[in-house]
Ligand binder design. Sequence first.
Ligand code: BMA
Length: 364
Amino acid sequence: MAQNDFPSDKKASPATVNLYRNLKKHLDNGVLFGHQDDLAYGIHWFGDKDRSNLNDLVGEYPAVYGWELGRLELDASYNLDSVAFDRMREYIIEGYKKGGVITISWHLNNPVNGKSAWDDAKGVVKEILPGGTKHQLYLSWVDKVAVFLNGLKAPTGEMVPVIFRPFHELTGNWFWWGQDRCTAEEYKQLMRMTITYLRDTKQLHHLLYAYNTSGFKTKEEFMLRYPGHDLIDILSFDDYQYGDASKDSSFVKNIDHQLGLLESLATEHNKIPAWAETGYEKIPYPKWWTESMLKAIGQHRISYVLIWRDGGLVTGKPPREFAPSDTHFLPFPTHTSESDFLKMYFSGKFLFQKGAAALKLYDK
Ligand code: BMA
């Protein structure tokens, strides 16, 4: 990778610049495998020391760790999935020390009416842009995010680089920042305001920024609300398996198509391509890992893929015991897709903790 290739933040810290360059440089070395909330809880456990869903399955930790900030804006001690923010900070530093990559999403409430991220109100984005009635309130929320991110200091003194993925799944229509809830211009301004506030006003220089759509069909559709090359480092999308994967292979076809477009856009614009969220809830098709996911990725060159979380807690309260009905996206030991997951693990297509650590992603 060219030594003059820099992330969007021209003042990015050395570890952040190295991560950015190394993610590009190692696109041919395998897809980094990620999992949301991996260290925090799984089916039948919560908060066990040093435990990891992935480690329970394959004997090593993930290469990418996803975390979620929803409710931080309300000064809550627990996020909307019942992970205590104090613990989350420790988990993030642990993941970094293991050589993994950290990515963070934020399902923030609707600042106009206090309802959740899934609120269908329109016109909210306009109210938080400069001149809007909730502009100051919104900035005070971003201040809290900045405080949290500022607390991510490694024992060796440097800040832990984070891939921040705000206002994700922007082409969907389920969040208040979704496609039918604000104009393209408003969305772009929202991203610009948020990113420049963190970067230039709060002077955070350990962040890479991900632009993230939901499923898409064309390059034009993907780029429709893109806020600018000076703000974004990662091009990504979220897409999940629905329906009966044993009978319907459209997921494989659609993902293959989208990954092709994403790769091509990333090359064109010199960005990093990633599949930022996926999964098949409870994995009812035991061969999903090799027959669907592995096939969909095929020979595509993407930096990472992240499987969504295991657990059904949405209370934002301290944890309760898990119920067998709780949702999950990774198998757990004894699950019917466990052996196929192992087959995928041994396929050599993905890098987990050991593979990621060997790449020394934070070194020059
Ligand atoms: C969604 C679901 C919710 C969760 C939210 C934020 O996709 O998993 O249960 O609260 O993400 O992590």
